[in-house]
Design a protein around this ligand. Structure first.
Ligand code: GLU
Length: 343
């Protein structure tokens, strides 16, 4: 049994103790659960089966406290959230200069699946759009496909503290229908950005997008980045410290699709969204946040998720560039609670 499992069996019985933050998250959940705007993703047929009522919120502090409400332990596919973390692995594999020569760092203002290349610099615009993410996946080292996939799964495990499965139905569904991504990959092959093992790279990309996670996992992954790359519970290092700020920066500039600029102004918390309905976010030095609700807006972001982050940012002054003191002191709100404050 891992340190993480032990901790959870130890703390799962502690449910009676409340904390102000846990109470606050409950209120947030009740406030936005009735919201039924948006649609579940349907361009990957298997994702259209998601239950629109699901809604979970989790917060993990860098000192290892977990606060969660609703469907915070329901599994769903990470989708584009994987892109941020695989980017970190590629940086470890090749270093910053080489990776930036292959994939840029500028937001596009276009949809995540736009067939678009920065032709001046002959590379995808950034690692969060599909083209950039496929090029990054292409660079993940490994002797053979299984080893490359295992390296990605091992990385997820370092961030969350437990092993992950892949949703075979979602993987096969996207493999069968992901022609747009295939077109983008061929375009990149044509200009020499990716190597010619395209089907292998696309499979790996579809597999990383199909890794099953929970809102709690997303909060733990965010908290690991917030904690300088070290999982706050297991104390295992998930990513070389020197690349943590690269990953967080690209989340802030490009993590929320073509809403990233507005998100940076309104919410100001580096985050990455996926069409499975998840959002993971990082408040450097303080916490990670994870939300899951599969109802999406027209850009691909979870509608309830955005609402939750807007409130958290405003109520606790979490905007990265907030220069004024906030009424509510988050540190005070997390005190006096058990390590696992699940309702
Ligand atoms: N697997 C999805 C795709 O490539 C990921 C998209 C997303 O979550 O933004 O279309």
């Amino acid at each position: 049994m891992s340190h993480f499992d032990n901790l959870h069996s130890l703390t799962s019985s502690i449910t009676a103790v409340t904390s102000p933050l846990r109470q606050y998250l409950h209120e947030l959940h009740s406030k936005y659960h009735p919201l039924t705007d948006g649609v579940v993703a349907n361009y990957i047929p298997e994702l259209a089966l998601a239950d629109p009522a699901l809604f979970g919120i989790a917060v993990v502090t860098t000192d290892g406290q977990i606060f969660e409400v609703g469907d915070s332990t329901t599994l769903f596919t990470s989708q584009a959230i994987s892109k941020a973390f695989v980017y970190g692995l590629a940086l470890e594999d090749h270093g910053r200069d080489y990776i930036t020569s292959k994939v840029g760092l500028e937001a596009t203002g276009e949809a995540f699946n736009a067939i678009l290349l920065d032709e001046k610099n002959n590379r995808p615009y950034n690692p969060m759009v599909n083209g950039g993410a496929i090029a990054i996946t292409n660079l993940i080292k490994g002797q053979h496909p299984t080893e490359r996939l295992k390296r990605i799964l091992d990385m997820f495990k370092r961030y969350t503290g437990h092993s992950h499965d892949i949703s075979m139905p979602v993987f096969l569904s996207e493999k069968a229908t992901g022609h747009r991504n295939r077109a983008m990959a061929f375009l990149m092959l044509n200009v020499g950005i990716v190597s010619d093992n395209l089907e292998e790279t696309l499979d790996l990309y579809f597999q990383q997008c199909s890794i099953l996670v929970t809102a709690r996992d997303l909060a733990m992954m965010g908290a690991t980045l917030a904690n300088g790359g070290v999982n706050p519970i297991t104390q295992e290092r998930a990513i070389d410290a020197q690349y943590v700020q690269d990953v967080i920066s690209v989340m802030l500039t490009c993590g929320m699709y073509n809403y990233s600029g507005e998100w940076a102004c309104r919410v100001g918390i580096p985050a990455k969204s996926g069409v499975g309905g998840g959002i993971t976010a990082v408040v450097p030095g303080q916490l990670g946040i994870g939300t899951f609700s599969p109802l999406l807006d027209d850009k691909g972001n979870s509608i309830r998720g955005i609402k939750v982050y807007q409130d958290l940012s405003k109520d606790f002054g979490l905007h990265l560039f907030n220069a004024t003191r906030c009424d509510r002191d988050l540190n005070a709100w997390t005190k006096g609670s058990p390590v696992d404050a699940r309702s």
